[in-house]
Design a protein around this ligand. Structure first.
Ligand code: 5GP
Length: 191
C-alpha cells in the first residue's frame, strides 16, 4: 500500500514514513507461518497472542500455519500511556488453556528490552509446557537487556524508534493503521 507522508497526519500527530507496508507484513507472516509449520511438523501448537498489540499480526500469521493449532490470549502490561517502559510487568488477563506438555508459541507485536517476554516465559514455564517459543512482528535488538528474552521468529528488525500501527499504539491510538510507522523523535520528546 503506497502511503505518502501527507496521508498520515493521524489524530493530530505527525507520524513518520511507512516502515513496513501491509503487503510486506503479509508476505513476512506467510514466510514465517510456513517455517513454523515445518518446525512443528506433526505437533499440536498453542498460539498465544499478547493482547492487544499482537492481534493484527497474529491474525495474519496463523492463516499460514498449517498445523493442529489452538489459539489463546494473554495480556500483560509494561508500557502505560508513555513511551518508556516501567520495567514492571503485570498479567492483566491470564491464559485459559491447559499448557501442560504443550508446545506454546507466544506471538508479540514488538520486543524492545525483552523484559515483558522474559517475565512471560518464566510465568508460563510454571504450567509445565513442553516448549515456549516467541514469534514477534518487530524486534529492536539494539535495546535488548542482558536478561531480555530471545526471539525465535522475527518479522522485521527496527532501529530504536517509537513505532506505531498494525496493532501498536501510542496511548491506545494508531492500532488500526494498516502499516507500521513511527512517531517522529521530536514529537516523542514532547510527549
Ligand atoms: P519490552 O518489555 O520488550 O521492553 O517491551 C515490550 C512491550 O513494550 C511491547 O509489547 C509493546 O507493547 C511496548 N513497546 C516497546 N517498544 C514499543 C514501540 O516502539 N512502540 C510501541 N507502540 N510499543 C512499544
Amino acid at each position: 500500500m503506497a502511503v505518502s507522508k501527507d496521508d498520515i497526519k493521524v489524530k493530530g500527530m505527525t507520524v513518520g514514513k511507512v516502515l513496513f507496508t501491509e503487503e510486506q507484513i503479509i508476505e513476512r507472516a506467510t514466510e514465517l507461518g510456513r517455517q513454523i509449520t515445518e518446525d512443528y511438523a506433526g505437533k499440536q501448537l498453542i498460539v498465544l497472542g499478547m493482547i492487544k498489540g499482537a492481534v493484527l499480526w497474529m491474525s495474519e500469521l496463523v492463516k499460514h500455519i498449517d498445523l493442529d493449532v489452538k489459539l489463546d490470549f494473554i495480556a500483560a502490561s509494561s508500557y502505560g500511556s508513555s513511551t518508556t517502559s516501567s520495567g514492571v510487568v503485570k498479567v492483566k488477563k491470564d491464559v485459559e488453556m491447559d499448557l501442560y506438555k504443550k508446545d506454546v508459541l507466544i506471538v508479540e507485536d514488538i520486543v524492545d528490552t525483552g523484559t515483558t517476554l522474559a517475565f512471560m516465559q518464566k510465568y508460563l514455564a510454571e504450567r509445565g509446557p513442553s516448549s515456549v517459543k516467541i514469534c514477534s512482528m518487530l524486534d529492536k535488538p539494539s535495546r535488548r537487556t542482558e536478561n531480555g528474552a530471545r526471539v525465535d521468529y522475527t518479522g522485521f528488525q527496527v532501529e530504536d524508534l517509537f513505532v506505531i500501527g498494525y496493532g501498536l499504539d501510542y496511548d491506545e491510538k494508531f492500532r488500526n493503521l494498516p502499516y507500521v510507522s513511527y512517531l517522529e523523535p521530536e514529537d516523542v520528546d514532547k510527549l
